[in-house]
Ligand binder design. Structure first.
Ligand code: PEP
Ligand code: MN
Length: 332
């Protein structure tokens, strides 16, 4: 249930509502909006008796939230959420481009690619220090040394950093170095990791699991938000289907349906969706055309020698072309 406060309700009145919700045995989470604040009730298993709340000063009305995800739902937060990271705003209308290698391989590699993606307009550098690999024998990432390199990239280029935390053991250290903590597709339903990310002070980029429905993705985001971290960015990265011409199938229909169901920003990762660099640019353009708030793209200066995902990494010139084509799309 949502307790909608009057436009002129005071902070004291909002706090009083939260207190009563607590006495009723639930949690009240304030959701400030452009016009007015609402308080979302979470933790109830069934309908909430609202007569006491309706009688309180500053309360306008109560609304039943029909979706199982409350904090994530547009029912509780009408305006689209804009997430500020440094001076970058995600969800504000201008697509935000996050680009870089699949994995951080060395300081020279990371800095070379960072210079390239920055030159063509990326605002956020991506690169895994901890890599979730299908095979235990594949390159697993440089670990903490990779994070140190990412710190250097930020220092030297001013780019913000998004990098993945793969389990409990590395979430703290990733939080220390990253501007955005990535939770990968394989961990979308790792509920204890989601809860931990919900306690972090940095925004979270939550990737859709490759066999997850949109409702399951939104419930995963609810885990993070219910712990207090309201800065969640969703990411569509392709799902597994019977179609085997690409690594996964990019579900572009997820973008408008998530926009309808949720106020959270959503970005698209065309690289992991298609798995081949030839298809990345057209699908990235498609993603922007259907309303994605940004892209997460793999770029490598020497993909033939990349330690992971070289086949789907764009050459620098292809990344330049992508940025030019996106700029053209915007001017149309
Ligand atoms: C990644 O972006 O580095 C990654 C591993 O992606 P996903 O979790 O979508 O497979
Ligand atoms: Mn990759």
């Amino acid at each position: 249930m949502l307790v909608v406060m009057k436009n002129d309700a005071t902070e004291t009145q909002v706090q009083a509502v939260i207190k009563v919700i607590k006495k009723l045995g639930y949690r009240g989470v304030p959701m400030p909006g452009a016009q007015r604040t609402a308080v979302c009730i979470i933790g109830n298993q069934g309908p909430v008796e609202d007569s006491q709340l309706l009688a309180m000063d500053g309360v306008k009305e109560t609304i039943t939230v029909t979706k199982p995800y409350k904090l994530v739902s547009r029912e509780t937060h009408l305006e689209s959420t804009v997430i500020s990271v440094g001076d970058v705003k995600i969800g504000a209308g201008e697509p935000v481009i996050m680009a870089g290698p699949c994995a951080v391989e060395s300081e020279a590699q990371a800095l070379t690619i960072a210079d390239i993606v920055k030159k063509y307009g990326a605002k956020i550098f991506r690169g895994g220090a901890f890599k979730p690999r299908t095979s235990p024998y594949s390159f697993q990432g440089l670990g903490e040394e990779g994070l140190r390199i990412l710190g250097k990239v930020r220092e030297e280029t001013g780019l913000l950093i998004v990098t993945e935390a793969t389990d409990h053991a590395n979430l703290d250290i990733v939080e220390k170095y990253a501007d955005i903590i990535q939770i990968g597709a394989r961990n979308m339903q790792n509920y204890s990791l989601l809860r931990l990310a919900g306690q972090a002070s940095k925004p979270v980029l939550l990737k859709r699991g490759f066999a997850a429905t949109i409702d399951e993705l939104l419930m995963a985001a609810e885990y993070i938000m219910s712990e207090g971290n309201t800065r969640v960015i969703l990411c569509e990265r392709g799902i597994r289907t019977f179609s085997d011409n690409t690594r996964n199938t990019l579900d572009l229909s997820a973008i408008p349906s998530i926009k309808e169901a949720s106020h959270l920003p959503i970005v698209v990762d065309p690289s992991h969706a298609v798995g081949r660099r030839e298809y990345v640019v057209p699908l990235a353009k498609g993603a922007i055309a259907v309303g994605a708030d940004g892209l997460l793209v793999e770029v490598h200066h020497d993909p033939a020698h990349a330690l992971s995902d070289g086949v789907q990494s764009l050459y620098p010139q292809q990344f330049q072309q992508l940025m030019e084509e996106i700029a053209r799309l915007k001017s149309k």
